[in-house]
Design a protein around this ligand. Structure first.
Ligand SMILES: [Zn+2]
Ligand SMILES: [Zn+2]
Length: 468
């Protein structure tokens, strides 16, 4: 993934539901988020220490469900918690006001639960206790931020009527748990008008929030071509049908698929990442295997690449007298942000940043004592470090980040419902999927507040703008 340079905060593009009532609520939310930070740092570090892989997030889902069920809920609101969606997913629905009331709106907020199959090389006190598993993408932090938002919204629900659906999704890494949730009927069971995702991103300044209309993340497809020939003695190549030369030719032929077949103003990547053939220095092998991945930001470009790749493979095999077996898997959809939800997300981000800035400028309240279970080895620092507080106070919104060629299974949710996938700057530090990566705990109040701001704004505008 690459990072992008944020634009300065835009003026005159304020919250569509801007109002003193909403801002006052967010100021209280911001003070709460700073006070609650210690508890959620402890929770995040506990998740980090116990990473679980895709569709195996049993402990993590248990922590999430228990936490949600224990939340105090304000009078007039109700929280329903459902486990076991897409095996290890958890969904909680906060109902506010009369069910199905006129103008009631439903918003989905999504976090991901899973870790990666890799060894952690950093040495924080909350280092992974599971050999070969690691929260290297910050999903521990995403889960903690959404749980914090759920706590706040349950205790102080948005004004109005509607539902906030908190979606804790399994298996974001490689196995497309988001797709499984959608196919298992997530949105039929928990209907939402719009759905939102948030991912931390090192390289983007701390607390910055970036989202663009259109493709935010690429599709991710995977291919496998097996070239079948006739093996034999390397000194008698004319008696063989050599798949090695053809595999080399095909690798090069595919390099022109993007350079000659895709509009230079569109973006696409075709990478051959595995090329396997042969076992002996003096034998022509019978087969060669090519595998790799294709990324694109547009469905038409994506389909064109697949067709051209196949044509090139068939042509090269025909020219060499080889047979071809071809597999192309469209695994992750393009993550496409819709215009109106993106406007809402950016406005919510600006309001959240404003409220946090004000709360950080206020004289600090004494932090509440930590619960006994949070006071052990994973206990966090009580307060934000001064440089982190300064960075968060200076955080801005970027409405024009470059799209990223990495992929996200949230794209499947955005195919089912309009919404927006935003990036949350994690500042300097190792990149996602790096063995020394660790989620930046200073982000917990910023991310939680973004979610709360989004939910509040979503509800208020129902009345302010009279949306159906
Ligand atoms: Zn990842
Ligand atoms: Zn991730």
């Amino acid at each position: 993934m690459t990072s992008s340079r944020p634009a300065p905060p835009a003026e005159g593009d304020s919250h569509p539901a801007e109002g003193e009532g909403l801002r006052a609520a967010l100021r209280a939310d911001a003070r709460w988020a700073l006070e609650a930070r210690g508890r959620y740092v402890a929770l995040r570090r506990d998740l980090h220490a116990h990473p679980e892989l895709a569709f195996e997030e049993v402990r993590t889902a248990g922590v999430v469900a228990r936490h949600l069920r224990a939340l105090p809920v304000a009078p007039g609101a109700a929280l329903e918690v459902v486990e076991g969606l897409a095996r290890t997913g958890v969904v909680a629905r906060l109902r506010v006001g009369p069910a199905g009331g006129l103008g009631a709106r439903r918003v989905g907020l999504r976090a991901d639960l899973d870790a990666l199959p890799m060894r952690e090389e950093g040495c924080p006190a909350h280092r992974s206790r599971a050999e070969g598993r690691m929260h290297a993408c910050g999903h521990d932090g995403h889960t903690a931020m959404l749980l914090a938002a759920a706590e706040r919204l349950c205790a102080a629900p948005p004004a109005g009527a509607g539902e906030v659906v908190f979606i804790f999704q399994p298996a974001e890494e490689n196995l497309a748990g988001g797709r499984v949730m959608v196919e298992e009927g997530l949105f039929e069971r928990f209907p939402v008008d719009e759905v939102f995702g948030l991912h931390n991103l090192p390289g983007l300044p701390l607390g910055h929030i970036a989202a663009r209309v259109g493709a935010q993340m690429a599709s991710a497809d995977f291919f496998e071509a097996t070239l079948e020939g006739v093996g034999g003695h390397a000194a008698w190549p004319h008696r063989c049908v050599d798949p090695v030369v053809a595999a080399a030719e095909l690798t090069l032929a595919w390099q022109s698929v993007v350079s000659r077949g895709v509009d230079p103003l569109a973006a696409a990547v075709l990478s051959v990442t595995r090329l396997q053939a042969g076992e002996s220095d003096n034998a022509v092998p019978a087969r060669a295997l090519l595998r790799g991945t294709v990324r694109a930001l547009d469905e038409e470009v994506r389909a064109g690449i697949e067709a051209r790749m196949r044509r090139a493979a068939e042509g090269v095999c025909a020219a060499h007298g080889l047979s071809l077996s071809w597999r192309y898997e469209r695994r992750y959809a393009v993550t496409v942000n819709a215009p109106a939800p993106t406007t809402r997300a950016l406005a919510a981000a600006r309001e959240a940043q404003r409220a946090l800035r004000e709360a950080l400028a206020a004289p600090p309240a004494a932090p509440p004592p930590l619960a006994p279970d949070a006071a052990g080895a994973l206990a966090p620092d009580a307060a934000l470090a001064p440089d982190a507080a300064r960075a968060l106070a200076a955080a801005a919104v970027d409405p024009h980040p470059a799209p990223l060629m990495g992929a996200e299974d949230f794209g499947w949710m955005l195919r089912a419902r309009p919404g927006c996938y935003a990036l949350l700057g994690a500042g300097e530090g190792p990149m996602l999927h790096h063995p020394r990566y660790d989620f930046e705990d200073a982000l917990l109040p910023a991310g939680a507040l973004y979610w709360v701001s989004l939910a509040r704004g979503f509800f208020v505008q129902t009345f302010a703008l009279g949306e159906a």
